[in-house]
Ligand binder design. Structure first.
Ligand SMILES: CC(C)(COP(=O)(O)OP(=O)(O)OC[C@H]1O[C@@H](n2cnc3c(N)ncnc32)[C@H](O)[C@@H]1OP(=O)(O)O)[C@@H](O)C(=O)NCCC(=O)NCCS
Length: 252
């Protein structure tokens, strides 16, 4: 049986982050369907357009193929349950918990997996001016800090705040049932940071945020709750899904 990997406070938490271009997944739809559950196929068929359905299907297949590397079962045989607000959880009998979370933004997906309590991840493509977006997701104090930034930094700062807040809300499992402007986060880049403030009903104590390196024009954040004060992210890209040949692109 797999031994628990309970890191001490001194050891960095190891998080594997797969960054996947869903449009570059070469498998046929039939090959993808063979690796998912019936509910995943239904979810894909309900998408508003064929390309979006294909991305949903590829995303669910990629997620199951990644998790099967940890669980040593066929991807389609894994039991994934949803929490009260839809957060997926891998059911593992006689094994230590395995936290995971995934995100999709257009063609790009990211999946994070670690042996810790909980994870949240979010990616967003930066797209155009953001003044309205800023007023809906930033708190009053954050808006004041944002307005004081040099204009060249403002657009990306809003996306950075957004992915940090959404990663955190996904880590907690409540998603956007909680308004993002209730949580305050730093606006500037940081390898690791913590939220600045949050409503008392949210259990945000002990959570940290890490900026993700994805590609130009995409911002990403990982939220994690673990006893560790530090973490090591291993980035995985270029997944040859059919042959489980995963290339390591770098560490941070
Ligand atoms: C969680 C949430 C912010 C994700 O929004 P999104 O625009 O789809 O964002 P992302 O692409 O980053 O994440 C999607 C993935 O997050 C995961 N996810 C879904 N709900 C989640 C939740 N509550 N917490 C954490 N992760 C969640 C799934 O793996 C999902 O992948 P899928 O599309 O293949 O199912 C949004 O769905 C939400 O606020 N959900 C809670 C409220 C709600 O609508 N619940 C309805 C179902 S009970």
């Amino acid at each position: 049986m797999e031994q628990p990997r309970r890191p001490s406070r001194d050891q960095p938490l190891q998080v594997d982050v797969w960054i996947i271009d869903l449009d570059a997944v070469r498998d046929t739809d039939d090959a993808l369907r063979a690796d998912v559950a019936p509910a995943d196929i239904l979810y894909a068929t309900k998408a508003a357009a064929p390309l979006l359905g294909r991305r949903r299907l590829a995303g669910r297949a990629v997620l199951r193929r990644i998790l099967s590397r940890f669980q040593h079962e066929q991807p389609s045989m894994l039991t994934i349950e949803s929490g009260p607000f839809g957060k997926p959880r891998l059911v593992r009998l006689n094994s230590p918990p395995l936290a995971f979370n995934m995100t999709r933004s257009r063609n790009m997906a990211a999946v994070a997996v670690a042996k810790c309590d909980s994870l949240g991840i979010d990616l967003e493509h930066e797209a155009g001016p953001v003044a309205d977006f800023a007023s809906s997701i930033l708190s009053r104090d954050e808006r004041a800090a944002w307005a004081a930034l040099p204009s060249s930094q403002r657009d990306v700062a809003v996306y950075r705040a957004w992915v940090r807040k959404e990663a955190l809300l996904k880590g907690l499992g409540c998603g956007l049932t909680q308004a993002p402007d209730q949580i305050e986060v730093p606006l500037l880049p940081a390898r690791l940071c913590r939220p600045n403030s949050w409503p008392s009903e949210l259990a945000v104590d002990g959570w940290q945020l890490a900026d993700l390196s994805v590609r130009a024009g995409i911002v990403g954040s990982l939220a994690f709750r673990a006893p560790n004060l530090n973490l090591c992210i291993t980035y995985m890209t270029e997944v040859d899904l059919a042959h489980e040949n995963i290339a390591l692109s770098g560490r941070t």
